[in-house]
Design a protein around this ligand. Structure first.
Ligand SMILES: *[C@@H]1O[C@H](CO)[C@@H](O)[C@H](O)[C@H]1NC(C)=O
Ligand SMILES: *[C@@H]1O[C@H](CO)[C@@H](O)[C@H](O)[C@H]1NC(C)=O
Length: 222
């Protein structure tokens, strides 16, 4: 049995049994190191052409197997005409499918046979449009698989632990600053992009309770 929860807005997730505070964050002061290194190399960067408006993230979490299945829906507005590609950040394990609809729900054709390409060095996902698209609002849906880091110093979506009565207890949580959100879901992983978020998590009922920086809207047995 598991539970599904919907958080209206979000910046961090916390799943697991919390009885004592997680251990001290040894990386807290080192975030800034290396942060500017790639700032001026355009290969690492997104353009302003596509702006996120609302992002819905749905994570189906298997903590014991250190993995999750994800679906992210990015509602975006294009502000440059005639785009033939859309670039996002990604550092997930694999991407199963990408599709795009316009604001009338009509599918936007992608290139065949390469509807999208990923660059794991620059941590980029490029969506290849079959023909240039008009200015407008679009909804991009991406199905993918992700890994929960067992080494918490790698950050992103990671497993941590604590001790209760000499028993090791595990939890899953996130640290997205400065560029680790892309390990949890393909996204616009630069601070100038602002968006509303709707987060839904499916997790085992033993991983209770769940925390977010906003109240949980609904919890459902599945
Ligand atoms: C996108 O949607 C917003 C809100 O409905 C609207 O104001 C805007 O004009 C739309 N953008 C385009 C390019 O159609
Ligand atoms: C925890 O383990 C230590 C060392 O084995 C032992 O001395 C202590 O009594 C244990 N504490 C509890 C609460 O079981």
């Amino acid at each position: 049995m598991g539970y599904m929860m919907l958080f209206p807005i979000f910046a961090s997730l916390f799943l697991g049994v919390l009885a004592v505070p997680p251990e001290i964050d040894l990386m807290a002061d080192s975030d800034i190191e290396g942060f500017n290194t790639n700032l001026f190399d355009p290969k690492y960067r997104l353009t302003e052409a596509v702006q996120p408006k609302q992002i819905s993230v749905d994570l189906d979490v298997y903590l014991e197997e250190a993995r999750f299945n994800g679906i992210v829906q990015l509602d975006v507005e294009t502000i440059q005409p005639n785009l033939n590609q859309i670039a996002l950040h990604q550092k997930v394990v694999s991407i199963q499918s990408v599709n795009i609809v316009d604001d009338q729900g009509r599918p936007v054709n992608l290139q065949f046979p390469n509807p999208f390409t990923t660059d794991d060095y620059y941590e980029i996902l490029i969506i290849n449009l079959a023909s240039p698209i008009d200015l407008g609002n679009y909804s991009i849906t991406i199905r993918y698989q992700g890994a929960i880091n067992l080494n918490q110093f790698e950050r992103g979506f990671y497993r941590g632990h604590y001790f209760l009565n000499n028993e090791t207890r595990y939890y899953a949580t996130t640290q997205f600053q400065p560029y680790y959100a892309r390990m949890a879901f393909p996204c616009f992983d630069e601070p100038q992009f602002k968006s509303r978020f709707i987060i839904s998590i499916t997790r085992d009922s033993t991983l209770s309770p769940s925390y977010s920086n906003m109240a949980i809207e609904t919890t459902t047995d599945v």
